[in-house]
Design a protein around this ligand. Sequence first.
Ligand SMILES: [Zn+2]
Length: 346
Amino acid sequence: MVFDGHNDLLARLWLSSHKDPVGAFLHETLDGQIDLHRCQQGRVFGGLFAIFVPPFDYVKANAPHIIVHYADHQTDYTTMQRYDICMAQFEYAQQIEYRSQGQVKICRSVADINACMQQQCLAMVLHLEGAEALTELSQLDAWHALGLRSVGLVWNQPSQFGHGLQAKFPHSPNTGLGLTELGQTWVLACEERSMLVDVSHMNEQAFWQTQQCLTQPIVATHSNVHAICPQARNLLDTQLIAVKASGGVVGVNFDTAFLRSDGKRNKDTPYEVMFAHLDYLLEYVGEQGVAFGSDYDGGFMSAHWPSIDYFPRLIDALSDYGYRDTRIENICYKNWHAVFNRIWKS
Ligand SMILES: [Zn+2]
């Protein structure tokens, strides 16, 4: 069984030109890397499902059916438009739950996740990747009430919360200034609401500011080891040691550009390249601190793990590689489960 720390399914449904993306997720094999049937084949019982506003230019180039709704001269979304896009993606999650006839549930507590594990129902935990759309703490409360349990305050570009990371290669995670004062206030606000604070898209300074603010465990839902793949999104040894000291978790990202030492998107990436990150994380973060954060539907994958139904093959390969069953269980779901227990406190 697998709990996967990051996917971009909801953003992909929003980008889709399918007339009924929710129906397609529930009943068809979608073009992307995730649908319900393939989650079941992959023995994936849950994950963090990101609500994410794709960059305006990306949407312009890749989803003309959407961009048509924006004014011709526009070069970026307004805050209100961002908010609407987040809400549209939340509504996809809600429709999936509603129309799945008990096969999918939006989980708000560890008890919800436990129930999903027992009933073989897909547990969706909602994560906000980049919180630029939110301007008031009352909105954070409203989203918590809707089911949001995890927040990545900043994505790659600058915002009111921080100065942005930009996923450069090769580059150190030190890309300049970190969180703004408002960003630091919101880190604390997330902790007060018992939400995960995700450092996966923070630059180095923002990471250390977060580490100083938080008393709860630090999580990096989908990041890898900088010493192996020197991508700015990956974590330095000192950061890994800080995650361990906080009792936190790092979810390994399956995108080959974040795994390979040459930083390339390459389908011919073997398992061993991913396993080197797992080995390293086991050494630096410990067996309770390593998990998966695949980035399916948001990353460029190897032919060995092209979609979410390939998890059983990956796990067999890990077993052949020499990982014992208890270690595999920790990585596959127990570590995420334990960190939710510690942060959500219910
Ligand atoms: Zn991401």
